[in-house]
Design a protein around this ligand. Structure first.
Ligand SMILES: C[S@@+](CC[C@H](N)C(=O)[O-])C[C@H]1O[C@@H](n2cnc3c(N)ncnc32)[C@H](O)[C@@H]1O
Length: 329
């Protein structure tokens, strides 16, 4: 196995209150230690196949040593990336760029405060994202900006305005993630509104043709499916995009969870860790264990996974893009 991308969950804590996320308002939970971080970088150096390290959480900007970790990763020759709710970008934007950060992935769920701030539980969230972008661009006009949007019944009608806003802000790329159904009924599509959702999805598709600067990543362009049957199933909570054949992504991606000192082979698996742990109680070194899990998921992922992010599904079908350093992932 020759993985190229390492995700690191720097912190289990979060300052946001996203309605669909189990990290919402978590405080006092685990943060990666310097020893764990140094040992991870040492492993990546020894392995010699990695080219990108991506910091996530919880909220990674809540970790007091994030700047140092980005600097160390950059100096070790890795491309660096963070996934953030953006609230603290006005405070850390300049330092992040100085430390050598290459890419910022910002979770944005609406083009207006009454949508974005509400869904994310962050007062002035959108305003602070815009301020943070301005600060980072002043320092490095070429910093790569990607938006992540969780599309749900609460923002599907705003997707056209959101696309237009991302164009105006000169985002490089956009990953659209249909809401992952959890135990909570408020994360489900309401099938009574199916015609309304379809109309909004069509408006989104039409608006794509008007733009060509923000790149929709992977299968994000068709996040609800490609034909009427798939689209109807999506809005009946019965369909999610999956890899066409085997999941080849697991050969290339690793996700480190310091709290459990565990490595898993994709960022979706990281959110289903209790299930995964139950399935993989293998006694082994954590990196070898991830390789064994990857082999298994590659063969059996289709029946096991609850449904992929459209970007991950695309990469699973076209894994070679992970060996390039052009941030298509
Ligand atoms: C868990 S967050 C961690 C990083 C950071 N705190 C942020 O908000 O971007 C990583 C990504 O997962 C997405 N996410 C959270 N809960 C989700 C759900 N139930 N379904 C789909 N995506 C979800 C977030 O929107 C975000 O883009």
């Amino acid at each position: 196995m020759n993985p190229t991308v390492m995700f690191v969950r720097l912190s289990e804590n979060c300052n946001a209150g996203c309605f669909m996320c189990y990290f919402a308002h978590q405080h006092g939970l685990y943060n990666i230690t310097d020893e764990q971080f140094d040992s991870l970088i040492q492993y990546m150096n020894d392995k010699g196949t990695y080219n990108l390290i991506r910091f996530t959480g919880g909220e990674p900007l809540l970790h007091k040593n994030i700047i140092n970790y980005i600097k160390k990763s950059h100096e070790a020759g890795y491309q660096t990336s963070i996934i953030t709710n953006g609230y603290l970008l006005p405070n850390y934007g300049q330092k992040l760029v100085d430390a050598g950060l290459d890419q910022v992935i910002i979770s944005i769920d609406g083009s207006k405060p009454e949508i974005h701030d509400k869904l994310r539980g962050l007062k002035s969230g959108l305003e602070r994202i815009k301020k943070g972008i301005e600060i980072m661009r002043e320092q490095n006009p070429d910093i790569m900006l990607r938006a992540n949007t969780v599309v749900s019944p609460y923002n599907i009608a705003d997707m056209v305005d959101l696309h237009n806003m991302l164009e105006e802000l000169h985002f490089n790329s956009w990953s659209i993630i249909p809401i992952r159904p959890t135990d909570s009924p408020n994360t489900l599509w309401a099938p009574k509104d199916i015609e309304f959702y379809k109309e909004k999805y069509n408006e989104f598709l039409k608006n794509i043709d008007k733009h060509n600067s923000v790149e929709l990543l992977g299968y994000s362009k068709a996040w609800a499916g490609e034909n009427d049957e798939e689209i109807s199933k999506t809005f009946n909570n019965q369909f999610r995009i999956n890899p066409t054949n085997k999941c080849n992504l697991v050969d290339y991606v690793r996700f480190y969870i310091p709290d459990k000192d565990l490595v898993v082979p994709c960022n979706c698996a990281a959110h289903r860790i209790n299930q995964i742990e139950a399935d993989y109680s293998i006694e082994s070194d954590k990196y070898k264990k991830a390789d064994i899990m990857a082999e298994w998921l590659k063969e059996n992922g289709k029946s096991h996974c609850t449904g992929c992010e459209p970007l991950n599904a695309y990469v699973a079908d076209n894994p070679k893009i992970l060996t390039k350093k052009d941030f298509k992932y």
